[in-house]
Design a protein. Structure first.
Length: 300
């Protein structure tokens, strides 16, 4: 008689997918918060931080220097030459100059930061960045008293960036932060994703990541950082000041003039996934103190 395999497990025995996906976090929670915290609320609270896949993070991008389609950067950004690379740090600093990428990496401590990422277009991801705190880089250059803002600029290379042929934005792409925002420990200079060098379409070799602000503040492929006394111009604000403010903090209560910001579509969630609620400061409540006393409807 031939051996006949029988399935001794039923669907009821399958580990609930949610718990399976979060087993690392649950174990982490057990260590940090005890049994109750580990198995209950903690697993629920950390569920949202399960990172997107490498494929999702590197194939659905905004990087208009390579075109405005979501798949244009993945297709065309290979042409960007990222080595050698240097960042000019100037303005109100003690040690202005060109800092080579290797020189920067030697001086900085790279760590992993798993951050929520919320685009102003109302989609979101969770990205496991590798990077160092912008504050450490600024300290290397020596911020002078009188500096109140930090201006950033992306590479401007028409021969390597086909999107620059079209006047979609006033090139080069520029961004800015108030100095206290720039010095906040959450503010990252990302150099990697999933422990691999950051791909060109995500802003190689180094880009800003400000997780409590809309994605367009997180400027890519930075070649210049300037400490200034006055608020610097920013690309999307220049393009449409009514729709894009200087602050651009994630705020579910302040809608974009053309769409709601109350909810977001999580990339990779599937076609029929429910939109999830957008969190104030994208869930990073620790930055609230930076905006105390400010009207965030006016300073959007
Ligand atoms: N230089 C430059 N930086 C940029 C952009 C851009 O077009 N050019 N797009 C911004 C926008 S709108 C978003 S949402 C994020 C997207 O980052 P990602 O492609 O790594 O997800 O990059 C931001 N940084
Ligand atoms: Mo964006």
């Amino acid at each position: 008689m031939a051996f006949r395999w029988t399935n001794d497990l039923t669907r009821a025995d399958v580990t609930p997918e949610r718990l399976f996906l979060n087993r690392r976090q649950i174990l982490g929670g057990l260590a940090a918060g005890g049994i109750a915290g580990g198995l209950g609320l903690r697993a629920e609270a950390q569920e949202a931080l399960e990172p997107n896949t490498w494929e999702e993070i590197t194939s659905y991008n905004n990087y208009y220097e390579f075109g405005t389609g979501k798949d244009d950067p993945a297709r065309y950004a290979d042409s960007l030459v990222t080595s050698p690379w240097s960042v000019t740090i100037d303005g109100l600093v003690d040690r202005p100059g060109d800092y080579g990428f290797a020189q920067i990496m030697e001086a900085m401590t790279v760590e992993e930061r798993i951050y929520r990422f919320r685009c102003v277009e109302a989609w979101s991801m969770v990205v496991p960045w590798n990077g160092f705190e912008l504050a450490d880089l600024l300290e290397m250059a020596g911020v002078q008293t009188g500096a109140r803002y930090v201006a950033f600029q992306t590479a401007n290379r028409p021969d390597q960036m086909p999107g620059l042929a079209r006047p979609v934005l006033d090139w080069p792409y520029v961004e800015g932060l108030r100095l206290d925002e720039a010095l906040h420990p959450l503010t990252l200079m990302a150099t990697g994703i999933y422990d691999r060098p950051i791909p060109n379409q995500n802003g190689a070799p180094l880009r800003l990541v400000v997780p409590w602000k809309y994605g367009f503040k997180s400027i890519k492929s930075i070649v210049r950082i300037t400490l200034t006394e006055d608020e610097p111009p920013t690309s999307w604000n220049k393009a449409n000041a009514r729709e894009y403010g200087f602050y651009s903090n994630v705020n579910p209560e302040v809608d974009h003039p053309r769409w709601s910001q109350a909810t977001e579509r999580r990339i990779g969630g599937g076609l029929f996934a429910r939109r999830q609620p957008t969190l104030m400061f994208n869930g990073y409540d620790e930055v609230a103190g930076l905006y105390e006393g400010m009207d965030l409807t006016e300073n959007f």
